[in-house]
Design a protein around this ligand. Structure first.
Ligand SMILES: *Cc1c(COP(=O)(O)O)cnc(C)c1O
Length: 361
């Protein structure tokens, strides 16, 4: 038996053991082809079968309606921060909701291509919450409204999405895609780097409404046009074939767990165990996010002082926990409990937290 860590890494993150084992079993010879999937043409029937089936699984699990395109791109979600304004601003203003570290990066990148407007911000409370939807100020002539569904570093998450009226809504779902049911029809575009909830790094899933993609200026390079990838079924150039294959396996695994409704139920239970350990600690642990904005994926908390936080990390590592140190920009502690993190890991963490408090409180 392999010894698996209690892996709470923020990204790249835990993958389902069943998926890793299946990938291992077909690593050297892929389904009778005499070679690995990494060694074959991306224009051949075997790879294309996997490619198209992955799109089919996304459509089925997310309930993607007619009129949307699914793309597999490279360069991570960070490249989308630039591609979005390059393709969609065209002299107009992009509206952004400032919820934390990732939203900030998206805005900064957009500023390189045009003007931006902050429709709402939670900076005043150090990004401990998602701004209340009724405070959003979105100019009607905005090219789009961009939100970050889950702020991976601060540990906050939209509980409900805004309705921007006629302004197209774009969401970065890198750290919570497929963690709960989603109404794709609310969005003109959603995107997510795969390495948190969908698979390994190397591929970014983009789902975009047909009518949102229009002609772009000639100065936009071919690879940075959504149009290029739509026209070529994401096979304009060599796709990250192995990453897409792994996403395929993860999606099959999600399907086996009862789809997004089943996954959400488990995620609620898992994050609930850890939030419960925080809330029951009488102030020994302090949740960073405000309760009504808490993320089911990234649970951020602090102890009374940094000394104690260091001790917590060290003691947790000795017990087989990995990845509990908070991001360097905000400090404290963070447990990332993505889809593939088992219930048992969260239960073990809640128990460890209680025990650590007993011996250090
Ligand atoms: C991790 C993350 C990103 C960056 O993803 P890359 O694939 O590393 O570029 C962007 N947005 C959010 C919300 C993230 O969690």
């Amino acid at each position: 038996m392999t010894k698996r860590a209690y892996n709470f890494n923020a990204g790249p993150a835990a993958l389902p053991l069943e998926v890793l084992e299946q990938a291992q079993s077909e690593f050297v010879e892929f389904r009778g082809s005499g070679m690995s999937i990494m060694e074959m043409s991306h224009r051949g029937a075997i790879y294309e079968g996997v490619h198209n089936e992955t799109k089919q699984l996304l459509t089925e699990l997310l309930g993607i309606p007619e009129g949307y395109q699914i793309l597999f791109l490279q360069g991570g979600a960070s490249t989308q921060f630039a591609m979005i304004p390059m393709n969609f601003l065209q002299g107009r203003t992009g509206s952004y909701v400032m919820t934390g570290s990732w939203a900030d990066k998206a805005v900064k990148e957009a500023k390189n291509f045009g003007s931006t407007h902050i429709a709402a911000s939670s900076e005043a409370n150090q990004f401990r919450s998602i701004p209340s939807l009724d405070t959003f100020n979105v100019p009607e002539d905005s090219a789009y409204l961009h939100i970050t569904s889950n702020e991976t570093i601060e540990g906050t998450q939209f509980q409900q999405y805004p309705d921007a009226g006629s302004v197209p809504l774009i969401a970065d779902l890198s750290s919570d895609i497929m963690s709960r049911p989603l109404d794709v029809s609310q969005f003109a575009m959603i995107y997510a780097g795969a390495q948190k909830n969908l698979g390994p790094s190397g591929v970014t899933v983009v789902i975009v409404r047909d009518d949102f993609i229009t002609e772009v200026p000639k100065t936009v390079p071919t690879m940075f046009r959504y149009e290029t990838h739509v026209k070529n079924n994401s096979l304009y150039n060599t796709p990250p074939a192995y990453s897409i294959y792994m996403v395929n396996l993860v999606l099959q695994w999600i399907k086996g767990k009862g789809g997004l409704a089943g996954i959400e139920r488990q995620n609620r239970e898992k994050s609930g165990l850890i939030y419960q350990a925080i809330d029951a600690s009488g102030g020994f642990y302090n949740g960073f996010a405000e309760k009504d904005s808490r993320s089911m994926m990234n649970i951020t908390f602090r102890l009374q002082n940094e000394e104690l936080e260091k001790k917590f990390v060290k003691a947790s590592e000795a017990e087989g926990f990995v990845g509990l140190k908070g991001h360097r920009s905000v400090g404290g502690l963070r447990a990332s409990a993505y889809n593939a993190v088992p219930y048992e890991s969260c239960k073990a963490l809640a128990q460890f937290m209680a025990e650590f408090q007993r011996t250090n409180g």
